[in-house]
Ligand binder design. Structure first.
Ligand code: PBG
Length: 337
């Protein structure tokens, strides 16, 4: 029996159903793709810092800077030209105090930046602002503290109400409460409506976990935080409470909801997307950015493929909008096909 391959498959093993047919060429793969990304659903988070004359690069986020007011305007124009759908602005003030006073100063850095960006590109992109105190407090927490040092939920809500109104007065389209205080969406909605800002939308950070993946962001906003946020952000092991937070935020008037971080919470994203009556965003956070950039810088990973794969996974899991520091680059790549 010379020449006969005893390992050859048998006639009955010849596959009739061959899924590889649909993977055979680039054109075929494109035709059957279930998940497509579009620049319009990407949101670029940006940092604007008071009192600097040049942009300041961030060590743990190569390619990301703290902007001056002028370079922020240029970055906003660049995002519009790339077709990016939204901007999320974070202010980095010169002065921090216990109450986070700069957060409600009508001339605080975030409010000035909102006015600048709205004047520059306001009709062409959705302008959003972070509604949280951690960038402004000297203790670094997302709210004001009670005498015993804990974060005082209800006293913080009063600060958020005022912040929502000063941000809306500056012209922002969407405010994004990110502090995980109970009742924050309801209070922001009421304050906005009472001050004539019925058209300003709320993007709620709905399921926000106490995550190690926010590390590089804390440098980006000059956070003074010493402890942790476990008494207000969610425990990484808990899924059920994400759905409870969703229910509450929707009942309180959230127009859009968010899951954060992204990559290690795809199951949460999927469950929230399944249950939500409003659009669901995912935040690809600073640590996700840093990991891919660092591995790529070492030559350990194909940077461009890793970025698109990570974004596609968020979209596949159910994100309709994605906050990503790569928004402009990814939008350009998508446009070039
Ligand atoms: C709080 C806020 C944080 C991030 C966005 N908004 C930090 C935190 O909760 O500690 C993290 C974003 C990122 O890591 O990219 N204002």
């Amino acid at each position: 029996m010379a020449g006969e391959n005893k390992w050859a498959i048998r006639p009955e093993e010849t596959p009739v159903i061959r899924p590889r047919r649909l993977r055979s060429t680039a054109a075929m793969r494109r035709l059957v793709a279930e998940t497509r990304l579009h620049p319009a659903e990407l949101i670029l988070p940006v940092f604007v810092r008071e009192g600097i004359s040049e942009p300041v690069p961030l060590a743990a986020m190569p390619g990301v800077v703290q902007h001056t007011r002028d370079t922020l305007k240029a970055a906003a124009v660049e995002a519009v030209e790339a077709g990016v759908g939204g901007l999320m602005i974070y202010g980095v003030p010169e002065v921090q105090d216990a109450a986070g006073s700069e957060g409600t100063n009508p001339d605080g850095i975030l409010q000035q930046a909102i006015r600048d960006v709205i004047a520059e590109v306001g009709d062409e992109i959705v302008v959003m602002s972070d509604l949280c105190l951690d960038e402004y407090t000297d203790h670094g927490h997302c709210g004001v503290l009670a005498e015993d040092g804990s974060v005082d939920n209800d006293a913080t809500l009063a600060r958020y109400a005022e912040m929502a109104v000063v941000q809306a007065d500056a012209g922002v389209h969407v405010v994004a409460p990110s502090g995980m205080m109970d009742g924050q969406v309801r209070v922001a909605r009421r304050a906005l409506d009472e001050h004539g800002h019925t058209d300003v939308a709320i993007l709620a950070y709905t399921a926000k976990y106490a995550s190690a993946f926010y590390g590089p962001f804390r440098e980006a906003v000059g956070s003074s935080l010493k402890g942790d946020r476990k008494a207000y952000q969610q425990d990484p092991g808990n899924a059920r409470e994400a759905l409870r937070e969703l229910e509450l935020d929707v009942a309180e008037g959230a127009d859009l909801v968010m899951v954060k971080p992204g990559m290690v919470y795809l199951d949460i994203l999927s469950a929230v997307a399944e249950a939500s009556p409003v659009p669901v965003s995912a935040y690809q956070v600073s640590g996700e950015y840093a990991m891919i950039e660092a591995a790529a810088a070492n030559g350990w990973i194909d940077r461009d493929r890793a970025i698109m794969e990570a974004l596609t996974a968020l979209r596949r899991a159910g994100a309709e909008q994605i906050l990503t520091y790569w928004a402009v680059e990814a939008a350009r790549n998508l446009r070039q096909g």
